[in-house]
Design a protein around this ligand. Structure first.
Ligand code: THU
Length: 304
């Protein structure tokens, strides 16, 4: 593992999948710098804890979004890739790699910033982790030149994961259009009811699906679960919107699909449903499935 995720606050339900996401971010940052065999701790704290840390370590008496505590002291103008000896001294046998230090993130501030920028909390945590990772590797933003260098590295790392600064969040119209596109591939020789779906994930990616039927009718797969399968196969497990279109009527998701969506979405998931050529209506998943079963309900920690 590249990161060691520590929670100093209760783990929010919408962040159940944070660890693998931040793991990918950390790896991308190390790759961008060109170093291997290193890792760092990511500690998620509340505003009070980061406020205290900011006061004690920097003499700044207010909370902030993220603090970085590098183990290595990098000489002026040098970063991790040009300091192999200094890094080697920080080998940590319990981590099994070089310990670059600690990244401490204020969850409350991250939530506020996510809202401000109009992207998901997950995405904001990716930015903060990447920013901190480069601090832990000797980057800084004290002057304009350094700031630009650090920013380039952050972009290089995040772009390699498809995480871009201004995610062009597709509109409901766009998701519905993509669902209509997917509907064209429907295989429905029995019902003649074509369905298309498009899922938007918290990484800003879209996954399309269509229904495909079977001579053994019960083996039919709905468009929603087809799209969900594509997202899961791509390693994306948090859904933030879904559009569904039916060829001759609005294709309201069936009960099984509602329950499948609940596994990977919050109850506020917008479900955009309509008929081809007729526009759509939007309801939340919570409205369609008020008491859906979740892993927590049966005492399962899906990340354990
Ligand atoms: N179907 C879907 O793909 N999604 C829905 O939301 C409702 C139903 C499919 C299954 C089957 O191929 C056809 O529509 C008729 O039920």
């Amino acid at each position: 593992m590249t990161i060691e995720l520590q929670w100093a606050v209760p783990v929010p339900e919408d962040l159940a999948d944070l660890e693998p996401t931040l793991e990918r971010v950390a790896r991308a940052c190390l790759d961008a710098e060109g170093i291997v065999g290193a890792g760092f701790a990511v500690r998620i704290v509340d505003a009070d804890e980061i406020h205290a840390l900011n006061r004690e370590t920097r003499g700044i008496d207010r909370p902030t979004d993220v603090l970085s505590f590098p183990t290595v002291s990098y000489p002026q103008g040098r970063t991790a890739r040009s300091c192999p000896k200094r890094l080697a001294r920080e080998y940590d046998p319990t981590m099994g790699c070089v310990n670059l230090g600690d990244c401490v993130i204020n969850l409350q501030r991250a939530r506020e910033q996510a809202e401000e920028y109009g992207h998901s909390l997950n995405r904001e945590l990716c930015y903060l982790t990447a920013h901190s990772a480069f601090h832990l590797m000797g980057y800084d933003h004290m002057n304009e030149e350094d700031r630009a260098k650090m920013r380039d590295m952050e972009e290089k790392a995040l772009n390699s994961l498809g995480i871009t600064r201004e995610p062009a969040t597709p509109s409901y119209d766009e998701l519905f259009r993509l669902a209509c596109e997917a509907m064209q591939n429907s295989y429905s020789p029995y019902s003649h009811f074509k369905v298309g779906a498009c899922i938007l994930t918290d990484q800003g990616h879209t996954f399309k699906g269509c229904n495909f039927e079977n001579a053994s009718y019960g083996a039919t797969i709905c468009a929603e679960r087809c799209a969900a399968s594509c997202a899961i196969a791509a390693g994306e497990r948090r859904f933030v919107a879904i559009a569904v279109v039916g060829s001759t009527a609005a294709a309201w998701p069936c009960g099984i699909c509602r329950q499948v969506l609940r596994e990977f979405s919050d109850t506020d998931l917008p479900v955009i449903v309509g008929q081809y050529g007729q526009g759509y209506t939007v309801k939340t998943l919570g409205e369609l499935l008020p008491e859906g079963l979740t892993p927590q309900d049966i005492g399962v920690d899906v990340n354990a």
